[in-house]
Design a protein around this ligand. Sequence first.
Ligand code: URA
Length: 184
Amino acid sequence: MDKRELLENLKKEIETDKRLPLYGEVNLIFGEGDSEAEVMFIGEAPGFHEDKLGRPFVGQAGKLLDKLLTEIKWPRESVYITNIVKRRPPENRDPLPKEIKAYGPYLKKQIRIINPKIIALLGRFAMNYFLPTTKISLDHGKAYTLRGKIIYPLYHPAAALRSTAVLKELEADFKRLPKLLKWR
Ligand code: URA
């Protein structure tokens, strides 16, 4: 089976898992992009627009992510984009620890299938899932290695939309991505 088929099967597995929080309440936003991608971006959870369109990062934060990708000349379709929690929490609240815990193993399966070189984590929820003791304000833009992969925490684009200082940091961290990929 190729990676696309494996991802399709995983999607069906998540879709039919009735034990998952938010099951039956909102749509499943599985993720999208190149199944052979070398870089995977992981956010926290879908929001209103993502739930409506069935795709990750398509609202304002997604537009900024697209712009940052364009600036480093990486087509959006060449990477893989997903979230830890794959359904929208009500009123866009932060994902709960029990939601992260429930969806986490599926994210790990998704990573195992895609097998990227770099896992870029967007925001503190994604970051703390992989690196529990880190702090986004101190540790964004630092490259870690975990089981042979580069783990690269970044500010969440939504945070960058609220603060020019954060936006500058995010842009600077983003610009290091192509070099990081070559380094591997
Ligand atoms: N914020 C996220 O963390 N993920 C999305 O898909 C959209 C906004």
